[in-house]
Structure formats: C-alpha cells, structure tokens
Ligand binder design. Structure first.
Ligand SMILES: [Zn+2]
Length: 571
C-alpha cells in the first residue's frame, strides 16, 4: 500500500487525504496516473502547503493488509461527494465494480456487510484488518457475521502443489466433476475440518445426487405411463383431499426438510443443509417410493402428486447448493405445471410446520426395520427369505405391524419383551482377580454354566458373592434359533428357522427377482404383458405360488417347460 506522506525540507509534513486533493496539489504527472499505486504515484510530486516547493512522497509502502482492510470503504465510494457514473473503481478495478454510494445514508444501508467468509488465517489478516479500519473510521464492525474455515488439501490430506502433481485445476474440475458436484463438496464440509478435495470424493457425491435424479426419473416414468400432469396448486403445501398414511408422512417429512434446511442456511452451516437433504432423499427413495411402488404401478394419482410435491420442494431447498441441476430438474418436472420460470424465481418454500410426533413414529418404524435387517444379517439369512416371527421390544408400533411384516418379510410381529436372548457374563479379571483370589475359579465356572442371577442394580449374584456391574462383563446374545440386534433402547429378535413352506416362498421371491431382471435386460416396457416358460426346477414354485409370481412380473401365462433358462416373450 502506498504511503500518503510528503515531508518537505521546510519542516512541514504534507498529508494527502483524497484523490481530489492529490489532483489539486499535484505539480505534474497526473496524465500518466493509471492507479493510485507505484510506479505511477511516484511520478506525481505535490506542492508543499507551507512553502510552495514541489515535494516527493515517502517511497516505502505500507502493509498490504491495510489496503485489504479498507475494502468496505474504498470499493463503495465512502464519503465520495458526488456520484461517479459507472462506479468509483479506477485502474485495474475499472468496470469490475459499479459500486458508488456517495450518499452517506444510502451507503449505510450496505454497511456493515451481512456476511464475510474466508479461511482461518484471515482472523489475524483480512478479518482483523477490516475490523481495525472500520472501528477507527466508524466506531463499528464492518461485518455482522464471519465464517472462517480450515484448509483445502488433496483427497489424501496433503497440501496441493503444482510440483507434486496433485494440484487440481479449476477448469479441469468443472469439466470432469461438474460445477454442482464441486459446490456440493465445499458445502458438505464441516468448516472446522480440512476439506479433502478431489475426484474420489466427487464420485461419491455423484452417487448421492444420482439418488435424487433416480427419484425424479421414477416420477417421470410412472407419471408418463398414465399421462399424468402435475398441478400448480400442489406446489405450496402438497396435494389436498384424502391422503394415505404414507402420503401424509411424506408431506410432513418434506416440511421437516424445509425447516431443517432453513435453520442450517440461517446458521450459514451448509454442512447441515447437506445432512438434512441426504437424510430426506434416503427417506424419499428408500421409504416413500419403495413402500408406494405398487401404487405408482397402479397409477395412483395421490402418490404421484405427493411425490411431485416432495421433489419440487426438495429442488427449491437444494438450489443454492446445486444451482445448475436444480434448475434443470425444475424446468423438466416443475415448470410444466405453470410454476415460476426458474427455481430461483420461486422463492423459499413455506409448506408449514412439520408434525413431529408422526415423523418420530415413522423414524421408529425405520429403526426397527434397520435392526431387523441387521439381525437377519447376523444370522446370515438373506433379506429375500421369508421368516416366521419378529419380536420388538422398546418400541410399540401396532399400527405399523403390516408394514413391518412386509418390510422384514416375516409372518408375525409381536411387540413385547424379547426373551430370545440370554446373558453371557464373564468376570472382569483385572478387578475381580485381586478381590476374589482363589475363589475366582469357582465363580468363573458358575458364570460359564449360567448359574447366576441378575440383581436389580445391574450386578450379578453368583456362588454366594454379589458382584457389581463394573466387576463383570455382560453381553446379550441371541438364543439358538433367534437373531438379535439392539440399539438405543430398542431390541429386535427374528426367528431364524426356515421350514419347507418358508423355503418354497423364498424360492418364489427368487423367481420373481430373476424374471424381473430378465424383463429389464430384454428391454420390455414397464407395462408390457408377457408369456413366460420356466425350467423344470421351478415346478413346485409355479404349482404353489404361480398366480402370485405371474402377477408380480405381468405374465399372462407362466408355465413349466423343457427349457434350460426362463423364456420370455410379449403376450
Ligand atoms: Zn515546504
């Protein structure tokens, strides 16, 4: 930064206070003055106020942060006494900023800035120098809020250097990962941790964005089957009329997304926007769409309207993070309803406050389903194989019994204590060894044999000794024939035995899966009716479950024949 001091041999120190003053007092050199910087400024001597001699500026420059700190004033034409058409910027800044706010009252509407963001180093540099300048000049802070963040490193956590070959060129990143994925990567970063930037993380993000894309694709696919068209009136608060339980939940879930994302944006914590959005897309695709598949299949108007409302709202919410794709999706699936011509002209959605009790209830259902899957996995039982019974302890959800049966493919759901577990208790040796000495051997044997009693305080009574909860290691395991999983106060047990009837039903699911895969691979339309011949090995499945299987794969005929692999043709 140039220094404005012009000391004269006569003893007077001249200080130039503004560009106008410089122009008035310059002796020469104004015609070559491109910017108020070196080298041009050095060729402009001024006339001494006291003696009239030409005086030279002190040539040394000041700390550049003094310059950077004056940004809120210098770029907005502070205390400039007349409007400069085209803005106040000169030299290199000419044309880049049109800002010129000479009217002090108007200037104050722009000052202080709402928000300033830069990396953490700026606490002692730019943030500080702005604050210093502003406090000196106006007595107040130049910004209302500051977001500092940590470093950007490469995806393995190393600094990026051109000579190390790990530098990523911005244009290359735009071309290969896309601007939206790049923005997502920045926005998903907790600001208190280093950002590990790269093409690997970008691929993961693409996968997440694809889930949203596929949900939109699903809507388009099934909407087109029935020539369905969205209604603009649904955009504000969702479909009216009689909603099913799942639709009601989806509307509330969408409201929750809006309120969580609004809070996150207001906190300028985009990482929380992304977290809320990812959880929402998971609920949308892995619960709402999956649970409603049959209804979409049947062209259910309410399901299509609910899904459209949820997606249109989600697109508005994520627009600031992912502007290009959001706009593309808006044009394709929302604008057609007569909505505003851009997602960025649609404003922030205001669908109302969410019903927290309903959301908590379905979250509990999803937790139970998740635990049920874990339990099945522990028992190495395929998710497709139907099982006999599920017991849920710690969550009473009788209204969702049918959903749980369907999701976890069990015949029966019971809410109540899980007695399918047993306690395994072992001595905590470092504690008990010194305390019990020779008696330890007996106690070990008794614990291993299950000859103990659990005390109300969590301790164990064994062989005449009361042991505290911290003196033993207690583990809950599934009894033979049961698989158990528990988390956060909820315990789920599935009966793992598979009788011949369940086994046959499992094979029917296998056949449905195989035939639907074949339909897709062969390029059949969703609505195509087909005729199918399956090999001899499926005879019993077709005999017992043929009608059901045929319905699931849109077959008008399903027969067993002399073929090596299933044969499929248009009906
Ligand atoms: Zn002088």
């Amino acid at each position: 930064m140039r220094v404005r001091f012009y000391p004269c041999a006569c003893g007077h120190l001249n200080v130039i206070g503004s560009k106008r003053e410089l122009e008035e007092r310059a002796v020469e050199g104004l015609d070559q003055l491109e910017e108020l910087r070196r080298p041009w400024i050095d060729r402009v001597p001024v006339r001494c106020e006291a003696c009239g001699d030409a005086v030279q500026r002190i040539l040394e420059v000041g700390d550049v942060w003094l310059d950077a700190g004056i940004v809120p004033f210098s770029t907005l034409g502070w205390q400039n006494d007349e409007v400069v058409p085209g803005g106040y910027g000169t030299g290199a800044a000419r044309g880049l900023t049109g800002a010129d706010l000479p009217d002090e009252a108007y200037w104050e509407t722009w000052f202080p800035a709402d928000w300033v963001s830069e990396m953490r180093e700026q606490i002692r540099l730019w943030f500080y120098s702005q604050l210093f300048m502003s406090v000196v000049l106006t007595g107040g802070s130049p910004f209302r809020r500051v977001l500092g963040y940590e470093k950007m490193l490469d995806e393995s956590g190393r600094e990026m250097h051109g000579s190390w070959g790990n530098m990523i060129d911005a244009d290359d990143a735009f071309a290969r990962m896309g601007a939206d994925v790049m923005r997502w990567q920045y926005c998903a970063q907790p600001p208190n941790q280093n950002l590990l930037f790269g093409f690997g993380p970008a691929e993961e993000i693409k996968g997440k964005i694809l889930r949203l894309w596929n949900s939109v694709r699903f809507l388009v696919l099934y909407g087109n089957v029935d020539d369905w068209r969205p209604r603009l009136a649904d955009l504000a608060t969702g479909p009216d009329g009689e909603l099913g339980a799942l639709d009601r939940w989806m509307v509330e879930r969408t409201r929750a997304l809006v309120s969580e994302a609004r809070q996150a944006y207001e906190d300028t914590l985009t990482v929380n926007v992304i977290r809320a959005f990812e959880a929402f897309v998971d609920d949308l695709s892995n619960w709402y769409i999956r649970r409603s598949r049959r209804r979409f299949w049947d062209g259910d108007e309410t399901a299509l309207r609910t899904l459209w409302f949820a997606l249109a709202t989600a697109i508005r919410v994520i627009g600031p993070v992912m502007p290009f794709l959001a706009e593309e999706l808006w044009q394709r699936v929302v604008r057609v309803a007569g909505a505003p011509s851009s997602v960025f002209l649609a404003g922030w959605p205001e669908p109302g406050d969410p019903d927290e009790a309903l959301l908590e209830e379905i979250a509990a259902v999803r937790r139970v389903v998740e635990l049920g899957r874990q339990a099945r996995a522990v028992a190495n039982q395929r998710q497709r194989q139907p099982l006999r019974k599920l017991v849920v302890q710690g969550a009473s959800l009788p209204a969702h019994e049918a959903e749980l049966r369907d999701e976890l493919r069990v015949k029966e759901v019971e809410f109540g204590p899980v007695d399918a577990t047993e306690l395994r208790v072992k001595p905590n040796l470092p504690v008990l060894g010194p305390k019990l000495g020779a008696a330890l051997g007996d106690i070990r044997r008794a614990l291993a044999a299950g000859e103990f009693e659990q005390l109300p305080d969590g301790g164990i009574r064994v062989s005449g000794h009361d042991l505290g909860a911290d003196e033993v290691l207690i583990e809950t395991v599934g009894r033979d024939g049961w698989a158990v999983a528990s988390d956060d106060g909820v315990t789920v047990a599935v009966e793992t035995a598979v009788d011949p009837e369940l086994e046959l039903e499992g094979r029917a699911y296998d056949l449905i899966h195989e035939l639907n895969t074949l339909r897709r691979d062969r390029g059949f339309e969703l609505t195509d009716r087909v005729k199918i011949v399956v090999p001899e090995r499926w005879r019993e499945v077709v005999h017992r479950h043929g009608e059901w299987v045929a319905g699931e794969v849109l077959a008008t005929e399903l027969t067993v024949g002399v073929v090596g692999e299933p044969q499929i043709e248009l009906a």
